[in-house]
Design a protein. Sequence first.
Length: 271
Amino acid sequence: MNASEITQQYYRTQQLPHIWCPGCGHGTLLNSVVRAIDNLGLNKDEVCIVSGIGCSSRASGYLDFNTLHTAHGRALAFATGIKHANPKLHVIVIMGDGDSSAIGGNHLIHACRRNIDLTAIVFNNNIYGMTGGQYSPTTPFGDFGTTAPYGNIDRPFDLCNLAQGAGASYIARGTAYHAQAMTKLIEKGIQNKGFSFIEGLSLCPTYYGRKNKKGDAVKMHEFLKDNCVDKKVVDKKPELGENKIIIGELYNEPRAEFTESYQAIIDKFQK
């Protein structure tokens, strides 16, 4: 489909234009989500989009699927209930870096641990954009935010490493610059029968970029272009990954999925 057809088919056009700032990477990442769903030919009535609170979480309001806009940090808790109640649904959870790993961090690690069949996509812009530019769990060390006027002294999470340590069975990282590759990663995440964690590196020129003198949106996209290397390349030539951000499919180890294991217990004791 072309862009106009995609918009008419999958968006609530009455909710457009969106509220994201000019240059924000979230619109590009959302397009990758929609393109992945379209490429897989999923029935719209069998897709549920869940989001929490934040810039990224406005996404559910723009999409014409079953959607749920939930509480801050609780998107995965709501999504777990939905998937548990109706395992046939393709449940996709869109969160921000603060939404997923600060107030929602405990829900994240337990969703990974359970390996419940959800596709969690984090739009990571390294900042709390909607609420005024506070630093988040992924803000780089030394960078500035409205709550870190002298520089952030907390070490940032590597969200993909966190997800792997907690037990997710599919993990990937893409960017708003590498849009087509991001779409393919989301496709594979949706197809994985288990908990899929996909980090989408976004950009926030309004709060993060301006506060940290990162330049405009073009400059921030150029940073992603110049500083990200696909894992397949690094696997062949490790030296190319030095001081770079590794993107692509990072981990893929299928294992028993939670709702199927739960149903197996029910079936066992109903005999």
